[in-house]
Design a binder for this molecule. Structure first.
Ligand code: ME8
Length: 520
């Protein structure tokens, strides 16, 4: 049995509706989860919402309702988005849930038992938008007397009694971690940023607040709620039943991958491993900080009026199209840009005209010229072997790239396999063979059928609905849709030996119309 695999996304702040960045992260994590399942691994996949903290409390106050009401409404939109985008999570966690409060308090007590917590007074800068503390030296001057965080958000001077975590004690351990286990934090550029941040000196971290009560209560300390990032990070343990160390904790912890955006790398690779070391828990194997998605090169914001609802985008272009575009267009780890024209161009060129056309041509020729009936009794030609080697190598490259989270490279390799097949169709010209050498035509179509199957299995984690639709038409049993089945196709020979027929094919990747230019 291969090892279980645990993957998480960040949990989103439900202080508004989800945006395209949230969709991007959820889709990428889903592709990884499906890819690992296709490799035969038992996967646990968690996503959810991060509902406590001052940002939520203030937003609710602005709207004249309770934080819980705001959280209940908005969290629902995040879950709907995941469902609409076919995100195959095992748990959608909400930090207001009881088991999460228990897990956060247990982690707190473990850190306290280690002697890592003490009560003091916090005086310093806080950004509500980032829910983060900053040192004076990290700030820049905004307009007038306003000071800004490194993320460009306003900070406010905060003075209150607070519990502190001895973060400074973990400085050397963290530097060792970055140096000795480079795969812990990827991509490399982000690791360099964190090495320089930690080398600059770590101060102890204020981890409780007394000026509001929207959070997890600090055990045994009336009036204190936990700093929202302490409870937020703990969600990764809650979902596995922590503090119970048997069951899912034993099976899935440490996490294989925390997938997060580049703006929250500090929390996940400095604070989180320090909390875990303090509580004597193993560290996650990898944290990957992906880039940001921009709308035509610009950050989306309410003031620019360019905020896109990811569900509308999926409804307009198709869920699979959006998933494919996001994984294909952006080099994972770097920032990327999207626009309706770029989505349509990519989908038409690669999904509709290349792969979709290949599948449709192959299946309709089998349907029309062979009554949909495949058998395996044809002489194999050298060209057939060459093509299947090319496709095999494209699929193997996709798998290696996906293992390294290089989705765009993997899909590029996949397209090479698709091109090789389309070239084979043109060269072999089965429509001519139909008259000149019908036996060879059948052999060519059987070869193509097998390659379409291979290419479909390779890309299935990215475009699951369209591929399942195609595989249904091809008559591929549902338990033969993973990498293991695609690598060892003896079952296929048995299947075609017994009157194997395909259905009348229908295209699975429609050609999309180019959107009208928007009126300015
Ligand atoms: O940071 N492109 O929540 P969040 C790509 N609650 N990714 C983006 C993005 C964009 N334009 N904008 C945001 C939080 N993200 C915390 C996380 S985890 C214990 C707590 C990513 O709703 C962002 O980097 O602000 C993060 O990974 C996720 O979306 C949620 O962001």
């Amino acid at each position: 049995m291969s090892k279980p695999y645990y993957i998480t996304t960040a949990i989103s702040y439900p202080n508004g509706k989800p945006h395209i960045g949230h969709a991007y992260e959820a889709i990428a994590a889903d592709v990884i989860a499906r890819f690992q399942r296709a490799q035969g691994r038992e996967v646990r996949f968690q996503t959810g919402t991060d509902e406590h903290g001052l940002k939520m409390a203030r937003k609710a106050e602005e709207q004249g309702r309770t934080a819980r009401e705001l959280a209940d409404e908005m969290s629902g939109y995040f879950q709907q988005m995941c469902d609409a985008l076919n995100v195959s999570y095992d748990r959608f966690i909400r930090t207001v849930e009881d088991d999460h409060h228990r897990a956060s308090q247990a982690l707190w007590q473990a850190m306290e038992a280690k002697g890592d917590l003490y009560l003091d007074r916090y005086e310093g800068w806080y950004s509500v938008r980032d829910e983060a503390y900053y040192d004076e030296k990290e700030l820049t001057q905004g307009e007038g007397s306003e000071k800004l965080s490194p993320q460009g958000t306003p900070v406010e001077w905060t003075v209150e009694e607070s519990w502190f975590f001895r973060l400074s004690k973990y400085q050397d351990a963290l530097l060792n971690l970055f140096e000795e286990t480079p795969e812990f934090l990827q991509p490399d550029s982000r690791r360099n940023e964190m090495i320089s941040f930690v080398s600059g000196g770590l101060r102890d971290l204020s981890i409780s607040r007394t000026s509001f009560d929207w959070g997890v209560k600090v055990p045994g300390s009336d009036g204190h709620v936990m700093y929202v990032w302490v409870d937020a990070l703990t969600n990764y343990l809650t979902g596995l039943g922590y503090p119970d160390m048997d069951g899912d904790m034993a099976k899935f912890w440490p996490a294989d991958l925390h997938l997060i955006g580049k703006d929250i790398v500090r929390f996940h690779t400095v604070y989180w491993p320090a909390f875990l070391m303090s509580a004597d828990l193993p560290l996650p194997k990898k944290v990957f900080g992906h880039g940001f998605l921009l709308n035509r090169g610009e950050k989306e914001s309410k003031s620019l009026g360019n905020v896109t609802d990811p569900i509308e985008l999926a409804e307009k272009f198709g869920v699979d199209t959006l998933r494919y575009f996001l994984m294909r267009e952006v080099a994972f780890g770097q920032d990327g840009s999207y626009s309706p024209e770029a989505i349509v161009t990519r989908a038409n060129a690669e999904l509709a005209n290349s792969f979709g056309n290949l599948a449709q041509r192959t299946l309709s020729m089998i349907f029309k010229n062979m009554d949909g009936l495949l058998t395996s009794e044809y002489a194999v030609h050298e060209d057939d072997v060459t093509l299947s080697n090319e496709v095999e190598s494209a699929s193997a490259s996709l798998r290696t790239s996906f293992e390294n989270l290089a989705f765009s490279d993997g899909l590029d390799a996949w397209m090479k396999g698709v091109f090789a097949c389309n070239q084979f169709v043109d060269e072999q010209a089965p429509w001519t063979l139909r008259k000149t050498d019908p036996e060879r035509m059948k052999a060519v179509l059987l070869t193509l059928f097998k390659q379409v199957y291979q290419l479909a299995i390779a890309v299935r984690p990215v475009v699951p609905t369209a591929i399942d639709n195609l595989l249904d038409q091809m008559g591929i049993p549902s338990d033969k849709r993973d990498y293991e089945a695609a690598q060892n196709i003896e079952w296929f020979e048995r299947l075609v030996a017994a009157n194997f027929t395909i259905q009348k094919p229908e295209g699975v990747f429609p050609r999309l119309d180019m959107p009208e230019p928007e009126a300015v």
